[in-house]
Ligand binder design. Structure first.
Ligand SMILES: O=P(O)(O)OC[C@H]1O[C@](O)(CO)[C@@H](O)[C@@H]1O
Length: 535
C-alpha cells in the first residue's frame, strides 16, 4: 500500500473567496517566515508571546533524540511487568497522546476528569502493572496534581514505591520538574505551547510508553514540513488558513468537523482544542463543532454560519476536506490555525480567558459555604434538579424548560452541552449533542467537564458571544479525598462547574444546570425530554 497523501480540498466557491487571502499570504512570505519561527507574524502585541511559542515548526527534527529515551524506559518497565499506562494530563497534555494511541489501537488510560467514579475505575485497574505519566507544562494544573496525589497514595497502599511508577513530563523550572517521588522527568521544549505540543515529549512520551510507533509520527510530519514551509499557492496549510479566513469573513464562524474515514480515531477532539483555544478571543474566532460523522445533524445541513470540514477524504456536504497521516496532520493543522490567527488579527498562542474559570473554582473551594449555598434547586423534575441562571426559566416540565432554553440561542449562535460526568460510565450523555441539534436545528457542541475547560472553554468566554450553556452535573455514589488537600474530587468537580457557570453568567450568557440525582435515570429522562422538543 502506498503512503497516504496529505492534501486539502476546498470547494470552488470557497476557494474563489479565499483566493485574495491566499495571494496575500504567499506574497507576504508567511509560510517560510513561520517555518523560520518569525515572531512578528501576528503583530507587535503578540510578538513577545510568539517569540517563545514557535519551536513546534521544527519538532520533526528536534524531537528525534526522545525516541531512544522513550524506548529504553518502555523496555525497562516492560521487563518489570509494567505495561499499563495511565496518563494524567489536561488539554494539550493529553489530547495528542489520546488520538495517537487510539489511532494505533494501543491501550492508554487517560485521566482528564475530576469525576470520582471515573478516577476510581482507573485506580481499580491492575496497579501492579501500572505506570502513571503525570504531564503538565505548568506543573500546577489542579486536576493533574490531584491525580498524582491520589495515585501516589494508592501505589503506597499496595506496597508499590511511587518513585518507581511515576513518570513526569513537564517544562524546565516547573514545580513538577523538582518532584522527588518519580522515576524519570522528561523535560519538554518550553518554547512550544500546550496545544501545539503533539510532537514534543507531551505527545510522544505517554504514547510511546503505551506502545505507539512515535518515530513514524515524526517521519510523517517531516514528509510535509517542506511543503508547509513553501510560499506557494499549493501549500495546503496556506490554502486551509485562507479558506478558514474567507469562511469567517463570510459569516461562517463555526467549523463543523466530521471524520470521513481518515483512519485516525478522535482527531476532532485534538483539533477542537487547537482551533478553539488558539482563535477564540477578543470576541472573534472559529468555533469547532465536532460531530459524529458526515451524516450527523449539523454537518450536511450546516447553516450559513458554519463550514463543514471533512477530516479524511472529501465527502458529500463538506466544503473543505483535509486528509493525510496523523503526524502530517498535526503539523498541517497547527500551521493553518496559527496562520488563520494572523488573518483574524488575534494572538494564536495565548488563552486569556481560561484563568477566570480556574479562579472562580478556586474561590469556591476556599469557601465551602458558598459552594453549599448553591445547592437549592429552582425546580425538580423526577431525578433532575434544575438550576437556572438569571433570565433563564425553570418553569414547566423538563421539555418546556429545555424548549425555552434552546429558544434562547440567538441567530447564528450555538448551544454547548457541558457534561461534568464520567465519560466512560455516562457515555450516553454524548448522544444529547445530535439529539438536540436534530430537534432544534441549533449548532450544538458537546464537551466533558472539566476537560473542555482546557479546550473550548477559552472560546466560550473569549470568542463570539452567542453561546448558551447547558451544564450537566451528577450525584456520585462514592467520592475520593485528594491527599493533603482540603477537598475531594467531587467537590472540585462541582466547584469547576459552578465556577465556569459563574464566569459565563458574568459574560451575560444564559446557563442552565441540570443536576442528575440518579445519573442513569436522569440521562434517560433528559433524552426523553429532548425528543419532545420538536413536538
Ligand atoms: O500542561 P498544563 O500546564 O497542565 O496545562 C494543560 C492545559 O491547560 C491550559 O493551559 C488551559 O487551561 C491548556 O492550554 C493546556 O493545554
Amino acid at each position: 500500500m502506498g503512503a497516504q497523501q496529505t492534501g486539502v480540498t476546498v470547494d470552488p466557491a470557497l476557494e474563489a473567496a479565499a483566493a485574495p487571502l491566499l495571494d496575500q499570504l504567499a506574497a507576504d512570505g508567511v509560510a517560510s517566515k513561520l517555518a523560520a519561527q518569525d515572531a512578528t507574524l501576528w503583530g507587535s502585541d503578540a510578538e513577545s508571546e510568539a517569540s517563545i511559542r514557535l519551536s513546534w515548526t521544527g519538532l520533526h527534527r528536534t524531537s528525534r533524540p526522545l525516541i531512544g529515551e522513550i524506548e529504553a524506559l518502555r523496555n525497562d518497565l516492560r521487563s518489570e511487568g509494567v505495561d499499563r499506562v495511565v496518563l494524567a494530563g489536561m488539554g494539550g497534555s493529553s489530547l495528542a497522546p489520546e488520538v495517537i494511541t487510539a489511532t494505533e489501537g494501543v491501550s492508554l488510560t487517560v485521566l482528564d476528569t475530576t469525576d470520582p467514579a471515573q478516577v476510581a475505575d482507573a485506580l481499580a485497574g491492575d496497579l501492579d502493572r501500572t505506570v502513571l505519566v503525570v504531564s503538565s507544562k505548568s506543573g500546577t494544573t489542579v486536576e493533574t496534581d490531584s491525580h498524582r496525589r491520589v495515585f501516589a497514595a494508592a501505589f503506597e497502599e499496595e506496597g508499590i514505591d511511587p518513585a518507581r511508577r511515576i513518570v513526569v513530563v513537564t517544562d524546565p523550572g516547573s514545580p513538577l520538574a523538582e518532584l522527588d517521588q518519580c522515576r524519570k522527568v522528561f523535560l519538554a521544549d518550553p518554547h512550544v505551547g500546550g496545544r501545539y505540543s503533539a510532537l514534543t515529549a507531551f505527545g510522544l512520551v505517554p504514547a510511546g510508553l503505551a506502545g505507539a510507533d512515535v518515530a513514524r509520527l515524526l517521519d510523517q510530519a517531516a514528509q510535509v514540513a517542506d511543503v508547509v514551509a513553501a510560499d506557494s499557492h499549493e501549500n495546503p496549510a496556506l490554502r486551509l488558513a485562507a479558506a478558514f479566513g474567507a469562511a469567517h469573513d463570510g459569516g461562517a464562524e463555526k467549523l463543523v468537523l466530521a471524520d470521513t474515514g481518515s483512519g485516525m480515531t478522535g482527531f476532532g477532539d485534538w483539533a477542537e482544542q487547537l482551533i478553539a483555544e488558539s482563535t477564540g478571543k477578543q470576541g472573534t474566532g472559529l468555533l469547532p463543532v465536532v460531530v459524529e460523522g458526515p451524516e450527523a445533524p449539523g454537518f450536511h445541513d450546516a447553516g450559513d454560519d458554519a463550514t463543514p470540514v471533512a477530516t479524511g477524504p472529501a465527502a458529500d456536504g463538506a466544503r473543505i476536506a483535509v486528509d493525510g497521516p496523523l503526524g502530517a496532520q498535526f503539523l498541517l493543522w497547527e500551521s493553518a490555525v496559527a496562520i488563520a490567527g494572523r488573518l483574524l488579527g488575534i494572538d494564536p498562542f495565548d488563552q486569556p480567558d481560561v484563568e477566570a474559570a480556574k479562579k472562580a473554582a478556586r474561590s469556591l473551594l476556599d469557601d465551602p459555604d458558598a459552594l453549599h449555598a448553591t445547592s437549592v434547586p429552582a425546580a425538580v423534575a423526577g431525578t433532575v434538579e434544575i438550576y437556572a441562571s438569571a433570565g433563564t426559566s425553570a418553569d414547566g416540565s423538563l421539555a418546556d424548560i429545555l424548549r425555552e432554553f434552546t429558544g434562547a440561542v440567538p441567530d447564528g449562535g450555538y448551544l454547548a452541552v457541558q457534561a461534568y460526568l464520567d465519560r466512560l460510565d455516562d457515555a450516553s450523555a454524548a448522544l444529547l449533542r445530535s439529539e438536540i441539534a436534530k430537534r432544534t436545528g441549533v449548532a450544538t457542541t458537546f464537551g466533558w467537564g472539566p476537560r473542555f475547560l482546557h479546550s473550548t472553554g477559552q472560546y466560550h468566554k473569549g470568542g463570539h458571544q452567542n453561546g448558551v450553556f447547558l451544564q450537566l452535573t451528577g450525584a456520585s455514589e462514592e467520592d475520593l479525598q485528594v491527599p493533603d488537600r482540603p477537598y475531594t474530587l467531587g467537590t472540585l468537580q462541582l466547584a469547576q462547574a459552578l465556577g465556569d457557570g459563574q464566569v459565563l453568567t458574568d459574560h451575560g450568557r444564559p446557563v442552565l444546570r441540570l443536576h442528575l440525582t440518579d445519573r442513569a435515570a436522569g440521562l434517560a429522562e433528559l433524552v426523553r425530554a429532548v425528543q419532545e422538543l420538536d413536538r
